[in-house]
Write a protein of this length. Structure first.
Ligand code: BGC
Length: 427
């Protein structure tokens, strides 16, 4: 219900945005933050800068619309914001979801009157360090960071701590630094568990004798989430592997063997082509490709379509609801994706961020106080970043299949369905 309300507001303001473009008054706020964003972005690589410019335009349009459309709220927000700046560091535009995260976050904070600088670092670790240094030099009052490599930000975040800038570790936990104040994410272990349970239920593993053949593809070892996703799925399926109901013909069952650097689609594809060539070219049937997310699932489905000799439909899992993967769901090339409503992740980040900017120490009570109508757990035990447990706000993921795309993604306003039955994201 909340989601619908949230998206209706976004869609409504987006429409107003296109009407208000070029108007003065409130629009000035967004154009100055737009300049900021571009100034920071220009420090990034050419490729990232190009991407960001394109992305920023869309995001700024929406934010401009929000500001212009909702004068009262924006004015109140601006008064609360007190000229404070928020620095948002996203990993890359090449992985679809971060484009959505960046624009939702920007829109949320700008809607409350904060100045926002948004950077994308082209999946380059050094670039992200430089981008964060730039944000600190720029005088931001809060950092929201989705790390490329969770282990590489200790030094730059020591600078943030020195400047008393609170840091929200966004979606991915930043490791080995005591500068991180809070972690906001989805329940990452549950994402993997949902994938494993989906496979278990589809194959009726508790009753069927099989054996069924399965291969695993996991994410980037530099991303702390990747192990959680893999373990969540593997813990569900391991008893069936032990029993022999599930067989892994490649023998690749450890995280290190199945990981995919940078979550890269082409890397996942070529690894899977090798697996198919070495283990399935004799007519062995592949029943399941357990993929941790959509960017890797995309490569795996490409490999299956070009290099798999069998004609059965392989169960393929994913995560995120990327546009190409949802098209594959409709076309029967991918079987499920775990959807995480990043619009809600941005809302949670906003409320935690505002509390931090006001010098408060948010805890479990924030969830009721904020009145979110999406589920969220406050967790103080699961995520230790090497310096101690980081208090975490964890949202709840949802399984999406061909059969509930309309209900979960379109009726909620996150996607629209085109006349051919393919969903497209609304932001
Ligand atoms: C996110 C996933 C995403 C992956 C690659 C992870 O940290 O939680 O949603 O698929 O990064 O972008």
């Amino acid at each position: 219900m909340f989601k619908r309300k949230f998206l209706a507001a976004v869609l409504g303001t987006a429409m107003v945005a296109s009407l208000m473009t070029g108007c003065g008054g409130a629009a000035d706020t967004s154009s100055s933050s737009n300049d900021e964003t571009e100034a920071v972005t220009e420090a990034a690589t050419e490729a990232a800068a190009d991407d960001t410019a394109a992305d920023d335009t869309a995001a700024d349009d929406t934010a401009a619309d929000d500001t212009a459309a909702d004068d009262t709220a924006a004015d109140d927000g601006a008064a609360d914001a007190g000229g404070k700046k928020v620095g948002i560091a996203m990993p890359t535009k090449s992985l679809e979801r971060w484009n959505r995260d960046g624009s939702y976050l920007q829109e949320q904070f700008e809607g409350k009157g904060y100045e926002v600088s948004l950077t994308y670092s082209d999946n380059k670790i050094d670039q992200q360090v430089k981008d964060i240094e730039g944000l600190i030099a720029d005088g931001v009052d809060l950092l929201v960071i989705a790390a490329i490599d969770g282990e590489s930000l200790s030094q730059v975040l020591a600078e943030a701590k020195e400047e008393n800038i609170p840091v929200i570790s966004y979606d991915r936990l930043i490791m080995n630094t005591d500068a991180v104040s809070y972690y906001v994410s989805f329940d990452n272990y549950t994402v993997g568990k949902l994938q494993g349970e989906f496979v278990r239920d589809q194959l009726d593993l508790d009753n069927a004798t099989g054996p069924f053949n399965i291969e695993f593809t996991a994410g980037d070892p530099a991303d702390n989430n990747a192990g959680f996703f893999f373990n969540g799925a593997f813990d569900v399926l391991k008893p069936y592997i032990d029993k022999g109901t599930l067989v892994v013909p490649s023998g690749q069952t450890s995280f290190d063997q199945v990981a995919t650097k940078s979550w890269d689609t082409a890397t996942a594809m070529s690894r899977f082509q090798n697996i198919l060539g070495s283990n399935y070219s004799d007519g062995t049937q592949l029943d399941v490709a357990l993929c941790s997310n959509d960017s890797t699932a995309l490569g795996v489905t490409q490999a299956i379509s070009t290099d798999y000799a069998g004609s059965n439909s392989v169960i393929v899992t994913g995560q995120d609801g990327d546009e190409a993967n949802l098209a594959n769901l409709v076309d029967g090339k991918q079987t499920m994706t775990v959807y995480k409503a990043v619009a809600n992740e941005a809302v949670a980040t906003l409320d935690i961020g505002i509390a931090l900017l006001n010098g408060e120490t948010p805890d479990a009570s924030l969830i009721d106080k904020a009145g979110w109508s999406f589920e969220c757990a406050y967790d103080t035990s699961s995520y230790d970043n090497g310096t101690g447990v980081i208090p975490s706000y964890l949202l709840v993921p949802t399984v999406v299949t061909k059969d509930n795309i309309q209900k979960e993604l379109v009726d909620t306003g996150y996607y629209t369905m085109d006349e051919n039955g393919y969903p497209h994201p609304t932001n």
